[in-house]
Design a protein around this ligand. Structure first.
Ligand code: SAH
Ligand code: ZN
Ligand code: ZN
Ligand code: ZN
Ligand code: ZN
Length: 518
């Protein structure tokens, strides 16, 4: 049976927030599911329900946990749908076909061979996003291949690989050096010895660089990420191919054990989890996953430590504060603005057009987290935390109330601080933008439905991040295809320009255009 046409389109237009009265699609976590969720290539699917004007439609369906674009994973199944044996077998075969062409062990073997090659033999195919061994050279002859890959480059895969940032797939936003250095220094100041990096490849690599650098730090790091390209650069104990929306380890039990061992080492002392999930992702499945990782860590604790929490940094936009605190009430939001290299909008200070809305949510007491005074952050003794320069302590709210870094004003009628651009509207009896239309439903963001930003600054525009090792494997498949075509047709000169890189260039341009014009 076909999916309700464009249900994902609905998500985009109407929002996936859990707000009452809104429309969209929500995830459901049945307390005791009758049957396990069916599997797509990205592990167990999630159960969704369409919500119209606050009312749940009765028929629920399973869809991919990681891909919100049907082009990337078109899994769809009604909850009550019964599949024939043939359909199930076809699905199983499809799931198999979508797995990476190389096993985790094969990747490690290749890596070991690769580092033993001489500099001039170390080549990387940009089109296929793959390190090449001499046996592979011929196949990639007509691709864009770069040579002389140094050990330094190998240690910085996030610079060698292009970010999978096209907005409908695996939008990958890499920290700027400023933010990444800040995080690494902070982790070391706080005395952590192990970092579980969930969707933070650049942080992972910087931690490891520092651990092998001159002023050796002793921090270990394990990366869990859905971007399979990273498996070419790390041994089994430092990278697991992982889906954070369903806690799925693509390489099964062995990978799960790597993660468990890492969390439970030293009786769980000294470890922190740092995560920077796709912002377009649903908060609830992420929270469910993080609770599973917390439970895994807890198993390794001794009884008398039962009060302790696994320290966490969850990096996410400030307007998700309410949602995150619903699941993790002990978390507080820091004022530090996290920014990204390849995100025109989310840059720090003067270089970007806007201040970054991305913050750190944590269960570490905020007075322990010193924010850089060079960037204007200062300590508020009343709030016992570091706040941004313009965030002023409001004596009525008894708190430093700004969320976006600008100075907010107290409204005595609303009895709270509001954005500087808002004024109190006596018709609506609350504060709003001066040009709002009175009586209309609060006009939130067209894309995600949140009230505190507009479409042009919605993080979802750029970050409806998705799965996709597909770019990589599509490239590999295309290549195989081309080669076999070539052999079939006896031609020697095919199109040498790689399809993947063409689309990538195009979408980059489109994105740049979108930002400049929004
Ligand atoms: N700022 C981080 C990168 C964050 S971008 C850094 O610089 O290190 C989001 C990351 O999450 C990407 O690496 C992306 O590959 C990964 N990701 C996206 N969807 C995922 C999923 N379903 N499971 C696990 N990782 C995912
Ligand atoms: Zn899927
Ligand atoms: Zn204060
Ligand atoms: Zn106030
Ligand atoms: Zn007001």
């Amino acid at each position: 049976m076909a999916a309700p046409r464009g249900w994902l389109g609905t998500v985009e237009a109407e929002g996936i927030s859990g707000r009452q009265g809104s429309s969209g699609v929500e995830v459901v976590f049945p307390s005791d599911p009758a049957t396990p969720a069916p599997l797509c290539p990205h592990g167990p699917t999630l159960l969704f329900v369409k919500v119209n004007q606050g009312k749940e439609e009765t028929r629920r369906f399973y869809a991919c946990s990681a891909c919100r674009d049907r082009k990337d994973c078109n899994f769809f199944q009604w909850e009550d749908e019964k599949l024939s044996g043939a359909r199930l077998a076809a699905r199983e075969a499809h799931n198999q076909k979508c797995q990476p062409p190389l096993s985790r062990t094969q990747c490690v073997e290749r890596y070991v061979k690769f580092i033993e090659l001489s500099l001039s033999q170390r080549k990387f195919c940009q089109g296929c996003q793959q390190l090449l061994l001499p046996d592979d050279w011929e196949k990639h002859q007509e691709h864009r291949v770069v040579g002389d890959i140094s050990i330094t480059q190998l240690k910085r895969p996030s610079q060698l690989l292009y970010p999978l940032e096209n907005k409908k797939t695996n939008a990958q936003y890499l920290f700027t050096d400023r933010s990444c250095q800040f995080l690494v220094d902070l982790l070391s100041t706080l005395g952590f010895t192990r970092v579980l990096c969930v969707g933070t490849p650049r942080l992972h690599e910087l931690i490891r660089l520092k651990a092998s650098g001159e002023k050796k730090s002793n921090i270990k790091s394990l990366l869990l990420d859905i971007d399979f390209r990273y498996s070419q650069f790390y041994m089994e104990d430092s990278f697991c191919h992982y889906n954070m929306f369903n806690h799925h380890f693509f390489d099964g039990k062995a990978a799960l054990e790597v993660c468990r061992t890492f969390l439970q080492e030293d009786k769980g002392e000294g470890v922190i989890m740092v995560t920077d999930p796709p912002f377009g992702g649903l908060v609830e499945p992420l929270a469910v996953t993080f609770k599973k990782l917390i439970a895994m860590w807890k198993e390794g604790q001794s009884q008398d430590n039962s009060q302790k929490e696994l320290p966490i940094f969850w990096i996410f936009p400030y307007f998700f504060e309410f949602r995150i605190r619903q699941f993790f009430p002990s978390f507080c939001m820091l004022d530090y603005q996290v920014d990204y290299d390849n995100h025109a909008l989310y840059k720090h200070g003067k270089t970007g057009r806007k201040q970054s809305p991305v913050r750190i949510f944590t269960n570490i007491p905020p007075n322990k987290i010193i924010l850089p005074s060079e960037e204007g952050y200062r300590f508020c003794p009343l709030c016992q935390r570091y706040v941004s320069l313009e965030n002023q302590h409001c004596e009525h709210c008894n708190s430093c109330t700004s969320k976006d870094g600008r100075k907010w004003n107290h409204c005595f009628l609303c009895k709270k601080c509001v954005k500087p651009s808002w004024i109190h509207c006596s018709i609506c009896s609350h504060c709003a933008l001066p040009d709002h239309s009175c009586g209309a439903p609060k006009d939130g963001c067209f894309i995600c439905g949140e009230l505190d930003h507009k479409r042009s600054t919605c993080p979802k525009i750029a970050t409806s991040k998705k799965v996709n090792n597909t770019l990589f494997f599509r490239a590999v498949r295309k290549q195989k295809q081309r080669k076999s075509n070539k052999m079939k047709m006896g031609t020697t000169k095919g199109q040498s320009m790689n399809h993947t890189s063409v689309t990538r260039k195009k979408s980059r341009r489109e994105r740049a255009h979108q930002y400049l014009c929004s």
